[in-house]
Design a binder for this molecule. Structure first.
Ligand code: ADP
Ligand code: ZN
Length: 191
């Protein structure tokens, strides 16, 4: 960051699954805490992969986070002295999240968001594309393609070991499914 920066902006960390978004978000939270900033972290209540009240990365890092079922809950839970708001899995929030992040940043809060930019079809995911557009800073991470070893921008969805169909719902609770990192060229969709 160059020049004299005023307080309050939006940072987005995006990429496919396994690209290190949660890892990077946790790193930024830790550094903010080292700087003695007051951090509040949130995640959508839908994401309880490992911990219901924490952000967890695939390599085992953890940071406390409050699960919220609607974007508005972030405003109602906000403490007066909060300097930094961190949100993981931001793609699962409703569109109201955009205005809420804008309001927080306007008020002088540093807003750090992490989320998938594409769904398993390779299409823009939920509110993430709009958040990327309004953010001051964007970090796009790549995983490693499990097929060819190239940088992976996509998330392959497998159902019973086979590529998922194009019209499969994006969120399918309880299905026997798996996700893996793949590059554009190794990404497969059954149409
Ligand atoms: P994200 O939040 O983007 O899903 P995480 O931060 O949870 O990613 O996990 C990143 C970690 O996942 C990496 O540091 C690495 O240890 C592990 N990992 C597993 N598979 C892959 C892969 N195909 N490419 C890159 N990292 C991987
Ligand atoms: Zn590949």
């Amino acid at each position: 960051m160059i020049g004299r920066e005023r307080e309050g902006w939006i940072e987005v960390i995006c990429g496919g699954m396994f690209s290190g978004k949660s890892e990077e978000l946790i790193r930024r939270i830790r550094r903010a805490k080292i700087a003695r900033l007051n951090v509040q972290a949130f995640k959508p209540a839908i994401d309880d992969r490992y911990h219901s009240d924490a952000i967890a990365s695939h390599n085992g890092l953890i940071a406390d986070a409050r699960p919220v079922s609607k974007a508005e809950e972030i405003l109602s839970c906000l403490a007066e002295n909060t300097d930094v708001v961190a949100i993981d899995e931001v793609q699962f929030f409703d569109d109201a999240i955009v205005e809420i992040c804008q309001q927080l940043a306007d008020r002088g809060i540093r807003v750090i968001l992490a989320g998938l930019d594409q769904d398993f079809r390779g299409k823009p995911f939920g509110p993430t594309p709009v958040l990327l557009a309004v953010a001051e800073y964007v970090t796009k991470l790549q995983a490693i393609c499990v097929k060819c070893g190239a940088p992976a921008s996509r998330t392959q969805r497998l159902i019973d070991g086979l590529p998922a169909a194009d019209d499969e719902p994006v969120i399918q609770v309880g299905a026997l499914e798996q996700y893996e990192a793949r590059c554009r060229h190794c990404h497969e969709l059954i149409s």
